[in-house]
Design a protein around this ligand. Structure first.
Ligand SMILES: [Zn+2]
Length: 291
């Protein structure tokens, strides 16, 4: 049977969670930090039982949603942090998903502590001088709480409106001397239109909830191989193997296929792969051609 991406709230999803396939009978799979467009498959398994499948689908949905949200915001040029309280258990799974999206770090405060040597853990309100901190979280209705200098201001409960944001950004620059301006986004705000609206106004976003951007499906078919030409921006579906693009002769990138053996990408390498993949992805969905 195969699991596929049925729907994605973005033009493409960033795959994460291949480590969950460990110990299962994996026939084909997509490697982590690979963009996949619906309705492309992400894994083909044989002999998987119902309970395992149900848990797998529910976990994958969350991991792919988080990785995709991060990747999309990175694609439009924003810095991306995940708020510590948004990271469900098991924390290490969601850190890996964040890395697979190319996240810049996890943001923690005095109440939430996350320790990880895989991703930057940034402590809000950390003193960097006598009267200055790194990042400060500010509610627009109570902006004068602290009289400190801050490298960056993170707006909580902001209004997603260009003029409003520009005004607030300039005001905070004067109050805090801040160089960076970020906004917090919960699940209801994490939409493609919002991110595109924000891209020239803010320096980055802080994701405060794992968004639900993805739905998955499964059926009894085998997964077809997919190879991508990043030059033509085409995903070729084929029963066999393809190495070169039939249109431009560019080397194709395998998306899903039967690999020599099942290997999971090291977390330390994930972010590098994500950043590389995101650079080649365009704002639309790759064209899919059956070859
Ligand atoms: Zn090509």
């Amino acid at each position: 049977m195969r699991i596929l991406i049925k729907w994605c709230g973005l033009p493409w999803c960033m795959f994460a969670g291949s480590w969950l396939f460990e110990g299962l009978n994996v026939v084909k799979y997509v490697r982590d930090a690979t963009p996949v467009a619906p309705p492309e498959p992400i894994v083909e398994l044989s002999n998987v039982n119902g309970d395992v499948l149900r848990q797998l689908l529910s976990r994958l949905r969350q991991l792919i949603s988080l990785a995709s949200a991060v990747a999309w915001a990175k694609r439009v040029g924003l810095r991306v942090f995940i708020y510590g309280s948004a990271v469900p258990d098991p924390v290490s799974d969601f850190i890996r998903a964040s890395l697979a999206g190319g996240a810049d770090g996890i943001l923690v405060d005095d109440f939430i502590s996350i320790n990880s040597d895989l991703i930057d853990v940034v402590h809000v309100n950390q003193r960097v001088g006598d009267d200055s901190v790194n990042y400060v979280i500010v509610s627009p209705d109570r902006p004068y709480q602290q009289s400190v200098r801050a490298y960056g201001v993170i707006v909580k409960d902001g209004v997603i409106d260009r003029d409003w944001l520009l005004r607030v950004r300039d005001r905070f620059r004067i109050i805090y001397g801040s160089r960076e301006f970020l906004v917090m986004l919960d699940n209801s705000l994490f939409r493609r239109e919002v991110i595109e609206e924000l891209q020239d106004v803010v320096d980055g976003v802080v994701i405060t909830e794992v968004p639900s951007l993805v739905s998955l499906d499964f059926d009894n078919y085998g997964a077809i191989n997919v190879f991508r030409c990043i030059n033509c921006y085409i995903d070729f579906e084929t029963e066999g193997e393809m190495r070169k693009c039939p249109r431009c002769s560019n080397r194709l990138r395998p998306i899903i296929r039967r690999w020599d053996k099942f290997t999971v990408i090291e977390p330390k390498v994930l972010r590098l792969k994500a950043v590389d993949e995101i650079r080649y992805m365009r704002l639309g969905t790759p064209k899919v051609i059956n070859y």
